[in-house]
Design a protein around this ligand. Structure first.
Ligand code: PLP
Length: 434
């Protein structure tokens, strides 16, 4: 390299890392990430893409925006519990609880006596009380709750399941396969459309571990059908486990077909299992509610240790139960009139058209239920551009149109959505038509 080669002026790595402008990024992203960006920018300077003076600005422009590669998504689909984008968004209270729990916390310690306690005991009491249950246990997710219940009650024995409830929930996840994986034998009773009490009664015997009743969630059998209620099963003398799925703890008149934990327990279920991040609107978790002796049996089973819930989840779950209404509950209650003014503003700013839009509960909850609303209808070409922005805006493509539904968009994000749409429109206008 000759003396007047501008590449001699490329700032050295150590000098760049000492720059005050990189102090913040070093603290939030760590040395490795920042160093990678520094090396890449120096390389761009070496090849003449940028001048040595521009290296620091270039580093800053290319740094990742956050320490996680997970990209925030604004949910403009109108689907409240959307599995692919992380199901339930947490309330501000739950987010704050997460932050508290991220340090050292008394999750298994009684600070007054210094003695070890049951993990998250107080929080589980709150959970039990919220559903009117004797006792509660938290695990990693809804599937783990079913696994733990069937393992502890029926490993090496039979789990009786109606053929009408042999369901696949989503993404190839089949309840019967899960049950068999625990070492229990599946004892199918009845037919796809009709199962009677006599079918269950004939199957119950000394080899029975439990009866498992599964809410079919995202699937319905219509017409000539019959199923046996929890109350009737409770009289058969074996434990009845009911997987209600969605995690509604108390009945909700707006969701008449959705089972809830309190009603199911009152009807006679010995254990109820559910997810924490569907209709309950909390963090990913599996919830087990019911008889104290059975919950204790599950808690003491060796598998419980492998499925146990973490402190972050416990904290967020408690804040969801005791704090302000969960975002998913608020969002599913919004009607066209609640959404119209915001939607009209967005339509006026973007040249879109206000149309009727039907939202969904999603996540396998209340499958037949329409959530009437409104949306801004735009050119379908906008959808991929919106999806690949940062933050990503996920719209719904329907009948060849891109629908931006504000039901699940925080009002504070309306201007971000507007700017994303305007940016995408500019991009399309600037792209030559072939
Ligand atoms: C969603 C669901 C599950 C699985 O719960 P995850 O929390 O996703 O593990 C199990 N059973 C039913 C009925 C469900 O709806």
């Amino acid at each position: 390299m000759s003396d007047d080669d501008p590449r001699r002026d490329i700032p050295r790595t150590d000098d760049l890392l000492r720059s005050p402008r990189l102090t913040g990024p070093l603290a939030t992203l760590g040395t490795r990430r920042v160093k990678e960006a520094v090396v890449a920018s120096q390389q761009r300077a070496r090849t003449g893409l940028i001048t040595p003076d521009e290296v620091l600005d270039d580093v800053l422009a290319h740094l990742p925006r956050r320490a996680t590669s997970l990209r925030p998504v604004i949910n403009a689909t109108g689907v409240v519990v959307h599995t692919n984008i992380g199901r339930a968004p947490l309330s501000d209270a739950a987010r704050e609880a997460l932050l508290t729990a991220s340090g050292y916390v008394d999750v298994e310690l009684d600070l007054a006596s210094g003695a070890r306690t049951q993990r998250g005991g107080g929080i589980l009491d709150v959970l039990a009380e919220s559903a009117g249950a004797e006792s509660a246990l938290g695990v990693n997710n809804g599937a783990a709750a079913v696994v733990l219940a069937t393992t502890a009650l029926a490993a090496g024995r039979e789990v009786i399941v109606s053929r009408g409830e042999m369901v696949e929930i989503g993404d190839g996840f089949r309840l019967p396969d899960l049950v068999v994986s625990t070492g229990a034998r599946l004892r199918e009773v009845g037919t796809t459309n009709r199962t009677h009490l006599a079918d269950y009664r004939a199957a119950v015997g000394p080899g029975t571990g439990c009866i498992l009743k599964v809410h079919p969630s995202n699937f319905r059998v219509e017409g000539f059908t019959a199923a046996v209620g929890v109350g009737e099963l409770a009289g058969l003398g074996v434990p009845v486990v009911v997987d209600i799925g969605s995690g509604l703890l108390r009945p909700d008149p707006a969701l008449p077909d959705e089972p809830d934990a309190a009603t199911t327990l009152t009807a006679g279920a010995d254990l109820v299992t559910a997810s924490g991040d569907k209709l309950l609107g909390g963090p990913q978790a599996g919830i087990i509610l019911g008889r104290s002796d059975l919950v204790g049996l599950l808690r003491r089973h060796p598998l419980a240790r492998a499925l146990r819930v973490d402190k972050l989840t416990l904290a967020a779950l408690e804040a969801t139960l005791t704090g302000p209404e969960a975002p998913v509950s608020r969002m599913r209650r919004l009607g066209p009139d609640d959404l119209r003014a915001r939607t009209e503003r967005l339509a006026a700013a973007t040249g879109g058209k206000v149309v009727n839009s039907v939202g969904r509960v999603g996540g396998g909850g209340a499958p037949g239920l329409d959530l009437p609303g409104v949306a801004v209808s735009l050119d379908a070409d906008l959808a991929p551009l919106l999806r690949t922005g940062d933050p990503a805006v996920l719209a719904r493509v329907e009948h060849g149109r891109c629908l931006v539904d504000l039901r699940c968009v925080d009002e504070a994000d309306d201007s971000t959505v507007r700017d994303a749409v305007l940016g995408a429109l500019r991009h399309i206008a600037a792209t030559p038509v072939p």
